[in-house]
Design a binder for this molecule. Structure first.
Ligand SMILES: Nc1ncnc2c1ncn2[C@@H]1O[C@H](COP(=O)(O)OP(=O)(O)OP(=O)(O)O)[C@@H](O)[C@H]1O
Length: 356
């Protein structure tokens, strides 16, 4: 069942400015965890502000359970937001911070106590209820912020880069905790981040924004394996997708105007130039039958694999090597592209040319 519906939501802060958000249309299912990713300035915060009611829509509508919320006051929208800076009240202890919103809404003491203790238990905060926020770690403070949002029992949970103030290790743990919490509560969540790894880990579906427009919506695997355009292909996945220029010839594909590879790509036009995108795990180091011989300029050891940074003419690309072969900087490395895994993009529109 659909829970939240965005219908052509657009926002222009000033009529002389570009749209901060353009025609944002999305159906969010009940209990879904949607992650919104995009670079700085792509419209992520604008979207959250429109949902909360901190900003007015220029066009479009937002419906929660079939009801438009655009004319409702922020307090009546039944959404709870968790901010990156936690926004805890320093003079109140953990219990009072969690209970704060319930007290403002004049909920009974008994109900408040029951809900605070329920949230504290779920988030393992029970031993800290009497403690002030400054005595807590970053992860614990973030949990207090989550608990405060949970006790409101909102229809929609909004998370604005909730983990960006935590160190990498704690962030990994908290991502799993938020995912588990989401699964336990079964709530609908919109989670904003600019960290695409975090997005891939936690999302049921990812929405990729750029310059205010949706570039693609899909489950993590789908956007990684079948990006709609060059922006998505390069934004999702580390290392970024390798890009070669290529030409379709009568024999196959010529890479960088030099090397012919046998690729059976029927929907490209002969004589035209395209961009070929291929992931680093789809290029193999080989000893014979190579496509390219490139110079090794850098090696990153990642544990189970090495990331080789290679250069062929002006084109830099990366290859994941899973062997325990020893490489030396400056050495010529032979590689073969797994062309069946390549994607082709129009040079001008940067849209992916869909395979047959
Ligand atoms: N209050 C405002 N007044 C005018 N323009 C604004 C306002 N808030 C945001 N913008 C503009 O709207 C666009 C989208 O900004 P927004 O903050 O939504 O992006 P973002 O994806 O959240 O970026 P970041 O990751 O840096 O927080 C930007 O061009 C920004 O300059």
């Amino acid at each position: 069942m659909e829970d939240v519906l965005f219908q052509n939501v657009s926002k222009q802060y000033d009529q002389h400015n570009e749209y901060a958000l353009k025609d944002f249309t999305l159906q969010v299912n009940n209990g879904e965890l949607i992650v919104i990713v995009g670079p700085s300035g792509s419209g992520k915060s604008t979207l959250l502000e429109l949902i909360c009611g901190f900003e007015d829509l220029t066009q479009g509508d937002i419906l929660i359970e079939g009801q438009s919320i655009k004319d409702k006051l922020p307090k009546d929208r039944n959404v709870a937001m968790v901010f990156q800076n936690y926004a805890l009240l320093p003079h109140l202890n953990v219990y009072d911070n969690i209970a704060f919103g319930m007290r403002i809404r004049k909920e009974s003491k008994e109900k408040t106590k029951e809900k605070v203790e329920w949230a504290a238990e779920l988030l393992e905060l029970t031993p800290y209820l009497k403690v002030k926020p400054k005595k807590l770690s970053g992860g614990q403070r973030q949990r207090v912020a989550l608990a405060r949002a949970m006790v409101r029992e909102p229809k929609l949970f909004l998370m604005d880069e909730p983990l960006s103030n935590l160190d990498a290790k704690l962030r990994d743990t908290m991502v799993q905790e938020i995912k588990a919490l989401h699964d336990t509560l079964g709530v609908t969540m919109l989670y904003v981040t600019h960290d695409q790894v975090e997005a891939m880990t936690i999302a049921d579906r990812i929405v990729i924004l750029n310059e205010g427009s949706i570039q693609q919506v899909g489950i993590p695997k789908e956007v990684y394996q079948n990006p709609n355009n060059l922006f998505v292909a390069q934004f999702i996945g580390r290392p970024a997708l390798n890009i070669f220029t290529c030409q379709k010839t009568t024999e196959g594909i010529t890479l960088e105007n030099e090397i012919s590879i046998l690729a059976d790509v029927t929907n490209l036009y002969a004589g035209q130039t395209y961009l070929l995108g291929i992931r680093s795990e789809h290029i193999d180091c080989v000893t014979e039958g190579e496509h390219l011989e490139a110079t090794l300029i850098k090696i990153e050891y990642l544990g189970s694999e090495s990331l080789l940074h290679l250069q062929y003419k002006n084109c830099k690309f990366t290859v994941k090597d899973y062997s325990d072969r020893n490489f030396e900087i400056g050495e010529q490395v032979r590689v073969k592209l797994n062309v069946a895994k390549a994607h082709y993009f129009d040079r001008v529109t940067q849209q992916r040319i869909m395979e047959d």
